[in-house]
Unconditional design. Structure first.
Length: 278
């Protein structure tokens, strides 16, 4: 009986050992497979969604640097932003994280002094664009190799209308914008103070007066100025801007550091807020 029991135990041991090893191997493989699946993709690839500040465009062998206002906010189905002067909307269709297709929608039609970047941006931000996303950068690439380089920098805050020194950059006439002539460029400046006074220079003579801000309109009262004789292009700029300020309520709009003042007949100006260094 002892022998029989001993043989039986030995037989059971021989049978169980391979079976135990096989089970352990199977479990080990199963656990290994699960662990590998759970850790395989370290982190999902990030797509283009988010709020982006445009840095530059590269197209036709040239790089164009973006104005402060140029931005794109991307969602699953829509893009909103600013070409640099005018705002826009567009429909968006995503192809995973690899590409997106942009169908332009509505845009504003303000006259802008520097249209080169705006025109190029509007031309590039449409159709199918491939996506190259980094931790804080996004590059969109068109079929011809042109690129839009963007970063997650926050949008530039709007400068306040009052207590800011504005330097006039262009004059508007309906849809047309004309940069100031060299004789007046950088010399036409004005400030609207919180106490309702306006002061500055129109390129030749200094002026002061009252200005009333109500909502999105500003109305200049009678201006007093020095009496130097102003001839040539600078004098012409001064005469036109004096007439603009006397034209009644002007509609104002600030985007970032850019100001637009527009009269009801389409005349107007664009100006830039002075930086701390200025």
């Amino acid at each position: 009986m002892r022998t029989s029991r001993h043989v039986h135990d030995r037989t059971r041991t021989r049978i169980q050992a391979p079976l135990g090893a096989a089970l352990a191997l199977a479990v080990g493989l199963g656990l290994g497979g699960c662990a590998e699946t759970g850790q395989s993709g370290s982190s999902p690839k990030q797509g283009p969604l988010g709020s982006w500040g445009v840095e530059s465009l590269t197209t036709g062998g040239r790089t164009l640097h973006a104005p402060d206002a140029a931005r794109v906010d991307l969602t699953q189905t829509e893009a909103k932003g600013n070409y640099g002067c005018n705002g826009f909307t567009a429909r968006v269709a995503l192809e995973g994280d690899a590409a997106l297709t942009v169908t332009p929608g509505l845009s504003t039609t303000m006259a802008c002094a520097d249209t080169e970047f705006e025109t190029a941006f509007a031309k590039l931000f449409r159709g199918r664009l491939s996506v190259d996303r980094g931790p804080d950068r996004l590059t969109l690439k068109a079929a011809d190799g042109s690129t839009i380089a963007m970063t997650t920098k926050p949008p530039a805050p709007d400068a306040p209308l009052t207590a800011t020194e504005w330097t006039v950059e262009s004059q508007l006439d309906g849809a047309a914008a004309a940069s100031l002539p060299a004789e007046a460029a950088g010399r036409v400046r004005f400030t609207l103070a919180a106490d309702g006074t306006a002061s500055g220079t129109l390129g030749c003579n200094r002026f002061s007066g009252k200005a009333v801000v109500e909502g999105r309109s500003v109305t200049f009262g009678s201006l007093t100025s020095t009496r130097m004789a102003c001839e040539g292009p600078a004098g012409e700029v001064e005469r036109k801007l004096t007439g603009l300020f006397a034209a009644g309520p002007l509609t104002w709009e600030v985007q970032g550091r850019a100001l637009t003042l527009t009269a009801s007949d389409g005349r107007g100006l664009t100006a830039k807020a002075a930086s701390a260094a200025e």
